[in-house]
Design a protein. Sequence first.
Length: 55
Amino acid sequence: MMPIIIKCHSCGFTFYSDQQLKSVDEVLRQWGGYRCPPVCLSPLSKMPITMHVKG
């Protein structure tokens, strides 16, 4: 199984990296909302801007 990775589109900060599937809402709630609080304060979206599938 491939890891699920959720990152900030502006600074690249990784909010989540694991093999267990979680919703984007659930991950962002753990970080306090819809901004990149640990690094750049950019607004975050629930919809992916880019998606990479490796196989």
